[in-house]
Design a protein. Structure first.
Length: 222
């Protein structure tokens, strides 16, 4: 049974999430502040964390840093902070996804399932994926149909494919593909993502797999 740790200081949200998740056969642990969350995570080793950013004792981003010091547990942030910078800070700290309050329970459950699937996928499962009409093989560095990708396009695509469903922030992608000195060159991402879509998506203007989250980053949907 999947164990989920919910971290939120609002009793109504804790109760609603506990009921809805338990009804869908998740094992649920709760914490009302950051310190309790870090202790409980260390004690119970949850399979996924739902984390509010506005905690009474510390910022949720600090909790993410604390978890990432020793754990790769998937983290979905729940927050009333709608600003894109808050989302980017959480993603850069190591969060896997971000849901803004108020949210529908169906949307949240879909995010939980997607993040859980990504965490369960093996290296072999992400090595060969279908994008539109093309089979992408990361090991052989090949694309069916005679499509040719540049080294930079391969680097971007591999980062996305190896994190299916996860939102990769602009900063993370720029740092990993070009280097830390390029973190402000977001136009690089727009240019290369447009090239990847033209080569791989059936309808580049309406991509189904290589998705842009405006102001935040990119996501690969299998």
């Amino acid at each position: 049974m999947t164990r989920i740790l919910i971290v939120d200081d609002e009793p109504q949200i804790l109760r609603a999430l506990r009921i809805n998740l338990a009804a869908r056969h998740y094992e649920v642990e709760v914490a009302a502040d950051g310190a309790a969350a870090l202790r409980k995570a260390a004690d119970t080793h949850p399979d996924l964390v739902l984390l509010d950013l506005g905690l009474p004792d510390m910022d949720g981003v600090d909790v993410i840093h604390g978890l990432r010091g020793w754990s790769t547990v998937p983290i979905v942030v729940l927050s009333g902070r709608a600003g894109s910078q808050d989302k980017v800070d959480a993603l850069d700290a190591g969060a896997d996804d971000y849901v803004t309050k108020p949210f529908g329970i169906d949307e949240l459950l879909a995010r939980v399932r997607a993040v859980s699937r990504r965490a369960a996928m093996t290296e072999a499962e992400t090595a060969r994926v279908q994008i539109g009409d093309h089979l992408v093989d990361l090991v052989a560095k090949s694309v069916s149909g005679g499509v040719r990708l540049t080294p930079t396009e391969w680097h971007m695509l591999e980062l996305l494919i190896r994190n299916p469903g996860k939102l990769i922030s602009q900063r993370q992608m720029l740092t990993e593909v070009w280097g830390a000195q390029y973190v402000r060159q977001s136009h690089y991402l727009r240019q290369y993502m447009a090239q990847l879509r033209r080569k791989l998506e059936r309808d580049p203007a309406r991509p189904r797999h290589l998705i842009t989250e405006p102001g935040m980053g990119y996501r690969f949907l299998p």
